[in-house]
Design a protein around this ligand. Sequence first.
Ligand code: SF4
Length: 78
Amino acid sequence: MNVLWRQSARCRGVDPAIFYPVSEDESAAEAAKEICNACPVREVCLDHALARREKEGVWGGLTERERRRILRRRRKSA
Ligand code: SF4
């Protein structure tokens, strides 16, 4: 798998705990989302997480719950 995009990730070197908030509260993900919003590889990161059904953490600016919603919508429209 091509992981070159990770080299441009804005989260490189950032404390991973920010991307894996312990709280279920969606607002706990705001700090991670702010970083993702300015990330040059946001789309590919999100695609990667959706393809792998990543269960935890913020990927591509979306929480696990938000990614599940996208996957559900895709299944319904398939
Ligand atoms: S979108 Fe967010 S989680 Fe994905 S590489 Fe960029 S900063 Fe990291």
